[in-house]
Write a protein that binds this ligand. Structure first.
Ligand SMILES: Cc1cc2nc3c(=O)[nH]c(=O)nc-3n(C[C@H](O)[C@H](O)[C@H](O)COP(=O)(O)O)c2cc1C
Length: 210
């Protein structure tokens, strides 16, 4: 599959078949992630491949707790039943994926560069790595989605994964054969035209070829 086709087909896949993904494919996806760019080529990412069913179960429970808390804070009017309905997608994804991989990173931020800009260079690098893995998974005909753990449960997840103090979790990614085929974008993409500015913010940029 060529790169542009993979870009077009990539989606967040949250339900997988029982068919096990061969390890060779996972290694190719990990190799792709490992080739991602990073500030000063620091390559801060580490990958934890979760094989222990007890850790998978705990990661699932913690994700459900995380999602419930986030939904409660974001939509205070939702009742418990609606909340439970909305957390199901993440449950299915964590339970049915062939592989769960925690993408972690060492905190290597340089305040001389970012000051108090509220951005984490190493986190950006870890997510860039996840993007590479996502496109590689798509090119392999696999489904993938990342799952983020909110601050409510974050320290529990760190402890579960045995992460040292100066390491962080970007996301747990879930990879498997997609339950719904074919892969392809269903969600609308905001038109490119509405995102383009000429020279300064707010001046429309023309898409027509001169
Ligand atoms: C930083 C980041 C965090 C995300 N967190 C989650 C998550 O916690 N759970 C999940 O199911 N999907 C997560 N996603 C996937 C997005 O929900 C998904 O990419 C978005 O809805 C667009 O849909 P698409 O990927 O199918 O185009 C995350 C994506 C990014 C980039």
């Amino acid at each position: 599959m060529d790169l542009y086709e993979a870009i077009r087909k990539r989606v967040a896949c949250r339900a997988f078949t029982k068919q096990m993904v061969p390890k060779e494919k996972i290694l190719k996806i990990l190799e792709a992630g490992n080739m991602a760019p990073s500030p000063e080529n620091y390559q801060p990412w580490e990958f934890i491949i979760i094989e222990d069913p007890k850790i998978r179960e705990a990661l699932t429970e913690l994700k459900l707790e995380s999602r419930r808390q986030v939904l409660k804070e974001t939509y205070p009017n939702l009742n418990d039943e609606e909340i439970e309905k909305r957390v199901q997608g993440n449950k299915t994804a964590l339970q049915t994926a062939s592989y769960l991989i925690a993408v972690c990173y060492k905190d290597v931020d340089n305040p001389a560069e970012t000051g108090n800009m509220k951005l984490s260079f190493s986190s950006i690098a870890a997510w860039t790595c996840i993007s590479y893995m996502w496109l590689a998974a798509t090119a392999e005909g696999l489904g993938m989605s990342p799952t983020f753990y909110s601050y409510h449960v974050y320290n529990k997840v760190k402890k579960l994964l045995g992460l040292p103090e100066n390491y962080h979790l970007a996301a747990v990614i879930r990879i498997g054969y997609p339950a719904k085929k074919p892969l392809g974008r269903k969600k609308t993409v905001k038109p490119l035209k509405s995102k383009l500015h000429l020279n300064t913010f707010g001046n429309p940029y023309s898409l027509t070829m001169e």
